[in-house]
Design a protein around this ligand. Sequence first.
Ligand code: GLN
Ligand code: ZN
Length: 740
Amino acid sequence: MTNPTVVLGFPRIGEKRELKIALENYWKGLISLSELQHIASGLRLRHWELQRDSGIKTVSINDFSLYDNMLDLMVILGAEPERFSDIFDPIRRYFTMARGDSIHTAMEMTKWFNTNYHYLVPELHAQFTFKAINPTKIIQEYHEAKAHGFEGVIHLIGPMTFLALSKCTETIRQALFDKVLAQYSTLLETLNTLGASIIIHEPSLVCDPNPSDLSLLKITYDRLGSLTKIWVATYFEHSQEATAVLVTTPIVGLALDFVHGDANLQSLESIAKSNKCLAIGIIDGRNVWKNNLSQSLETLYEIATFIPKERLSITTSCSLLHIPYSLKYETTLSEEVKLLLSFAEEKLIELNVLSHAFFKDKPLNIETIDTNRIDTAVRQRIDAITPMDYKRPYPFALRQQSAHDLFDLPILPTTTIGSFPQTEDIRKIRQKFKKGMLSEETYNDFMKKAIQECIEFQLSIDIDVLVHGEFERNDMVEYFGEQLKGFAFTANGWVQSYGSRCVKPPLLYADVSRPKAMTLKWSAYAQSLSNRPVKGMLTGPVTILNWSFVRDDQPRSDTAKQIALAIRDEVNDLQQEGIKMIQVDEAAFKEGYPLRQNKRADYEQWALESFLLSTAVAERDTQIHTHMCYSEFTDIIKTIEAMDADVISIETSRSGNRLLKIFAEVGYTQEVGPGVYDIHSPRIPDIEEMERQIYALLEVLPAHQLWINPDCGLKTRGWSETKEALSNMVIATKKIRQKI
Ligand code: GLN
Ligand code: ZN
């Protein structure tokens, strides 16, 4: 690989989500395995052609997957969990590991670093025995490319990352190290016969490796580097510590991320001395904006002052998996927005242009972008923010007193997280309305009826604090994005989230403001139906930010504050209208945490400030609730406390009361609603089980501090389970109230 440009992976779901459709049809039994495989190889071919057409001579092999690369890796390494070994048919076993069946629970899925892609988590344990390696997939794809006339570079997730992401303790990880290395060695010896370069992906090396990680790294790549031509790729951050080790091993080169890890520049000297090659990750694989080509070229020239051009190549910062395919189907996006964008196909072209400019001194032909992203009114408002805007006017104790007087709730008040089941009917009505096939009046009537039924149901089982059910929302971020200025929505901007599931994140491209109230109409209607409090339901600024493609021409913190001001206005409108309980969801607050420890304090600070800015407008007798979906709070509990919400609901049902203890340990004084049952499963806990769960909570926090609720929104559940589970929850709560 001298000088060629490569990508660190291309999206695989298909520009029209062909793979998604084929997979789902295959699972339903509508198409055969060979039809599925035919579609898959068609997609691979198209993606290789796209790479070649934009000047890439070595195309990516093994970046394709029918479900997930980590799952593929388990098959390749002979590391499939034993609990699936009763399934003999390999393809059935593969999809059962991913999706489960009536006998086998699916493997756990979790987020791939700080992206929104989910991989399947390898299950290792002390006695784990690896089966023989199985490189068939890689070899077949390599030959398939060859048969079409393509030279390929093979992508493979590396041993350090495989172990780091496996579900096991640190001790087991260390104990299994030799075995894992042996599997990789055999694998690379086999792949060596193909004669292709191999790019080994080791993103876990950017996560503050410790000395013991680094010594294992040295052992690993001294060994693997001696077996065949390998490159090591790290991304999403800098990997200075690992780079320092890798340059002393016999690998050919490194691929480093210079978009999200500019500190990699500090490793240039040691790379230069080592005679290693460097693939410069300069095209952002994580975001959708056009590359600033002249700035990139400057970076390339800077790098070339350290390392001779013969040893350099240009690549993407990471796989392009994390961005949509192509702008060519974006017929509804305004030209102004389109001018800013570059999806995977367009990024291939950028790569080519940069490569020509850098290696062949071709002039850069830069088009000027004159999209106005600035709104002076927004800027003025941001400038006028004072420290008081971040602070609720009264301390919690006084607010709590007001809430007591105003709401007069029983001890252990019951509530839900916001959404109620989204039936097929509801979805259809929303879609029809969106397509203009339904009058606003009919749509409103339908929504009102859904809200009314939802309120009636909640009253019938005697829930204390009600919600309107969120029937008008397709997605908790999209709903707000669509009503805010500064956001745009693609027609086809799908990104794989896991397996066949894709999401279409909003594009946050310009200054954000709120032209008019977004939720007031539905909340006010719901509140008009009952004397009990109905919570206003908003998505918080940090979550809106973390689930969008965010402009990169200003710090994320600035963008977050703009969203915060818009949400602040909504909070204020709601309270003026008499909605005195307002929930501001921060489901994705934790997702934005930087991979590097030393960047976390800064994120926490501005994320916290954004939340406060959106909620501190609440008056003394407006009760602010928040909700967070995940369950690891240990490292962020102080920040949660500082968010100063009157009530927080959290997801604890699956971990018993271990998590809640963290709240007790830090002396958390505000109120907490630790989910008493898991809404992610169709299982309905009976009354006794709910009672036990509530008692367990009472062992940790006093009754006056606790709320009783499910652990997340109910939109993915059916009505019948929901009715039964909530009714059990209320009965259990009442029984306990009588006893305490
Ligand atoms: N209020 C939202 C709902 O109930 C919260 C969803 C979430 O936390 N992911 O659906
Ligand atoms: Zn949740």
